[in-house]
Design a protein around this ligand. Structure first.
Ligand SMILES: Nc1nc2c([nH]c(=O)n2[C@H]2C[C@H](O)[C@@H](COP(=O)(O)OP(=O)(O)OP(=O)(O)O)O2)c(=O)[nH]1
Length: 133
């Protein structure tokens, strides 16, 4: 049976720029870009999990809002169910403690990054939302 992995990712937009995070060289999917977040733990709602993960990974407070996308992608290590949420950033700064890098990009540059495959539908949805804004 395929291992099902519930993951949440934060789409944080500030001044029209989207926060993108790069996975480390020793992680699964090394060097690929993602929306910061991680696995949902038992007893947590997806939004609670996301707010916790952002506190842990970026030292920042966010409020998780509307859902962006749910995508399912089968990797060699399991089937990732990725739910992304638009998040309001309540802190002034973010500090990457677990990622290789974080960067803020305009919608026009997002597809220049090499994203984790599960993220592509969410990236496209965010691009559409920002072009309508
Ligand atoms: N956080 C996050 N993970 C993503 C995204 N897209 C995507 O495929 N993933 C995958 C990578 C990981 O396999 C899993 C998230 O787990 P994690 O953030 O706890 O990653 P990890 O590598 O530290 O996990 P592990 O070593 O404990 O297995 O989902 C995304 O946008 N954000």
């Amino acid at each position: 049976m395929v291992k099902r992995i519930e993951v949440v990712g934060a789409v944080i937009v500030r001044d029209g720029l989207v926060l993108c995070a790069q996975r480390g060289p020793d992680a699964k999917l090394p060097g690929l870009w993602e929306f910061p977040g991680g696995k949902v733990e038992s007893g947590e709602s997806p939004r609670e999990a996301l707010e916790r993960e952002i506190r842990e990974e970026l030292g920042a407070e966010v409020k998780a809002g509307d859902q962006v996308e749910v995508t399912v992608h089968e990797y060699a290590f399991g089937e990732v169910h990725l739910t992304t949420f638009y998040c309001d950033l309540l802190s002034d700064t973010v500090t990457a403690t677990e990622h290789e890098a974080v960067t803020w990009l305009p919608r026009s540059d997002l597809l220049q990054l090499e994203w984790a495959p599960a993220d592509i539908p969410a990236v496209r949805a965010v691009m559409e939302r920002l072009s309508a804004a």
